[in-house]
Write a protein that binds this ligand. Structure first.
Ligand SMILES: NC(=O)c1ccc[n+]([C@@H]2O[C@H](COP(=O)([O-])OP(=O)(O)OC[C@H]3O[C@@H](n4cnc5c(N)ncnc54)[C@H](OP(=O)(O)O)[C@@H]3O)[C@@H](O)[C@H]2O)c1
Length: 332
């Protein structure tokens, strides 16, 4: 019998809770220990999840010799620092999305992991859910022909606290980094890498994008229109149009449980429910990679994370958005 993978969780916020709950669903994984800067939070999180070991410093968690992989669940602006710290202490990492604030950060994280022969993957959990597997099958089999154009939006009315994660520039706030990454990733799956991007944004008084729209052009003249906002609830649907039909990823498209394919006047509906909060599929992918000695997932390799952040960087440049990186300046 293959051994169970011991997980640590670093940063015990909202997403860490959902993730820990899905970890309980895996027969191949154990939530071994958790770390928060706040003792009370660490203790109550631990009590909620089978009284696992808890630490009040992230470094102590990364020093725990029993842990195989650490889930980094801090705000975007800390992903680089916390992931690098874990890698330097010899731990594999599943890092929440976006993996870094810019390409130089993500590239350096990848280099660190590869040079130490350690596992690293971006927490783009939607890659592994049943709907994405079905989507890829439909596209690969050309069931809607060649993709001509697509559109996708992701918007909700977020907490406007200027100190909160969504509006605070120091925490990597804004809609592009938090939500825009999902339609961007979908556009990569459907159309690949764009030749040209035109973007426009509405900025908050805190200096991050509250709304961003993006028009992407591809080599074969295919197009994508993507929209994202933290100012309003939007349909959060995706439509992909091909030479032979079209498909809709129903709300919320990035973790859809329903795809409708329309072709020759007929509609076919696929119901694609997922278990728990939907994180169990990426958890199993990491378990499988670690058990097989793989340092990258072939379904979500680090090169894909490079492509994602490079597109985000091009959009940031277009809309005049720049974050303060903790990367040594000689690397920028
Ligand atoms: N995959 C998804 O569906 C999904 C959904 C939401 C968010 N996310 C990603 O997950 C990350 C965390 O999001 P979240 O919604 O869980 O955020 P959150 O609730 O604010 O939690 C973030 C945690 O990071 C830690 N932290 C360390 N330094 C911090 C600082 N200076 N300010 C604030 N928190 C700090 C805190 O943990 P301690 O106090 O315990 O140390 C905090 O609880 C983000 O990068 C986000 O993009 C992913």
């Amino acid at each position: 019998m293959k051994r169970k993978i011991n997980w640590g969780i670093l940063g015990l916020g909202k997403i860490a809770n959902k993730f820990a709950s899905d970890l309980q669903l895996s027969p191949n994984a154990v939530l071994y220990s958790v770390a928060s800067r706040n003792e009370k939070k660490a203790k109550s999180f631990s009590e909620k999840y089978n009284s696992v070991k808890f630490y009040t410093s992230y470094e102590e968690l990364a020093d725990d010799p029993q842990i195989d992989v650490i889930y980094v669940a801090t705000p975007h602006s800390f992903h680089f620092e916390h992931t690098m710290m874990c890698l330097k202490k010899g731990k594999g990492v599943l890092c929440e999305k976006p993996m870094g604030l810019n390409f130089p950060e993500v590239e350096m994280m990848s280099r660190e992991a590869r040079s130490r022969n350690l596992f690293l993957m971006e927490g783009m959990w939607t890659r592994f859910i049943p709907a994405t597997n079905k989507l890829l099958e439909i596209l690969e089999n050309k069931e809607i022909g060649d993709v001509l154009f697509m559109r996708a939006d992701f918007g909700f009315k977020g907490n406007t606290d200027p100190e909160g994660r969504l509006y605070n520039k120091e925490l990597g706030g804004g809609s592009l980094m938090d939500l825009g990454i999902y339609p961007i990733y979908l556009s990569i799956l459907a159309l690949g890498i764009p030749l040209e991007i035109k973007s426009t944004a509405r900025m908050t008084t805190t200096g991050v994008d509250a709304y961003c729209s993006m028009l992407l052009n591809y080599e074969n003249d295919a197009k994508a229109i993507l929209e994202t906002t933290i100012e309003a609830d939007t349909p959060t649907e995706a439509y992909i149009y091909g030479s032979n039909g079209s498909l809709k990823l129903h709300r919320s498209f990035h973790h859809s449980e329903k795809i409708t394919v329309s072709r020759d006047g007929h509609q076919e509906v696929f119901n694609l429910e997922y278990n728990g909060n939907g994180f169990i599929y990426e958890i199993e992918e990491v378990n499988e990679c670690l058990r097989n000695g793989k340092i990258e997932s072939s379904k979500l390799p680090l090169n894909t994370s490079h492509e994602i952040i490079k597109i985000i960087d091009r959009i940031k440049e277009d809309i005049g958005l720049k974050y303060e990186s903790k990367l040594p300046t000689k690397n920028l």
